[in-house]
Design a protein. Structure first.
Length: 291
């Protein structure tokens, strides 16, 4: 930890919580040690700082964000840039990001997978916009990485949201069976619910549209409803309703499917959601295409 950490803690203690040195330090460290920390003379172990933050009811993420001037981390800035370009359908910016990444001098040992995974993320986002496949070697590399990870963290989930369209039937089914085992512990603790929700919906779409695994898609949506946090995210999701309509269609209930489809469109029209209407109308034929 840098010497600035003590200065940041001092600001939290004095200006925000208005605690004395004695009140903050009692039972954790000596008052003199806390003063030296705040003056930048020492750098305590993280195990010591965490109880101090808990005493002030300050989350570690808040502490380190303030310490860094609330600037985004390199990782979060990267994914924000990818997501922003993808949402704007700005494939020119994505191509520029990819070119810059590939031209940059490697900053990590060759044994680490992350620079290639970053490239694959941008390629997948581009592929989704341009309806263009990405190399099988990149897909295999990414899936080998995911299968090697015991838990999927923020980095992994951000990458995974762009990949389902390009996965094989076997990998999609594996992903549907494992997403909750690998990500559930972090859905609420690290506020990754939005990411997991996007992945569930994208996997469900690919299971229906390309893998033709309708029962697997239905099971995935059912499992997602068993998680209270995801259930709240999915409750009013238009994407989810479209997938449920497609599942009804392939399970032999075309009238119910069309009823759901009509309801979705009428709801979107009532909100003048032109972009969403275009997305649904483009997606529906792909989801209801027979084997």
């Amino acid at each position: 930890m840098s010497v600035n950490s003590g200065n940041v803690f001092n600001i939290f203690r004095v200006k925000d919580r208005k605690l004395s040195v004695k009140e903050a330090a009692q039972g954790i460290m000596s008052e003199s040690s806390l003063r030296r920390f705040e003056q930048g003379q020492t750098s305590p172990y993280l195990e010591t700082v965490l109880p101090l933050l808990a005493r002030l009811r300050i989350a570690p993420s808040e502490f380190f964000a303030k310490k860094n001037g609330f600037a985004p981390t390199q990782m979060s800035a990267f994914y924000s840039s990818v997501a922003d370009a993808y949402n704007r359908r700005d494939f020119i910016s994505l191509k520029s990001m990819l070119s810059s990444l590939k031209a940059a001098k490697p900053m990590e040992p060759d044994s680490l997978p992350f620079q290639r995974l970053d490239s694959i993320t941008i390629e997948a986002a581009l592929g989704m916009l341009l309806t263009k496949p990405i190399p099988d070697g990149d897909i295999n590399f990414a899936m080998t990485y995911f299968k090697s990870q015991r838990n999927w963290l923020f980095y992994d989930l951000n990458m995974l949201r762009y990949l389902p369209t390009f996965l094989s039937r076997q990998d999609l089914v594996w992903l549907a069976h494992n997403i909750f085992n690998r990500a559930s512990a972090y859905i609420t603790v690290l506020n990754n619910a939005d990411l997991v929700t996007d992945i569930v919906l994208n996997v469900g779409t690919a299971l229906i549209a390309s893998a033709k695994e309708y029962d697997e898609a239905a099971n995935l949506l059912e499992l997602s409803h068993q998680n209270s946090v995801l259930r709240g995210k999915l409750e009013f999701s238009i994407h989810r309703r479209v997938l449920e309509g497609a599942i009804e269609f392939h399970q032999g209930n075309p009238e119910e499917a069309e009823k759901i489809h009509t309801f979705v469109l009428s709801t979107l029209k009532s909100f003048d959601a032109v972009w969403d209407i275009q997305q649904v109308e483009a997606l529906w034929p792909l989801l209801t295409k027979k084997d």
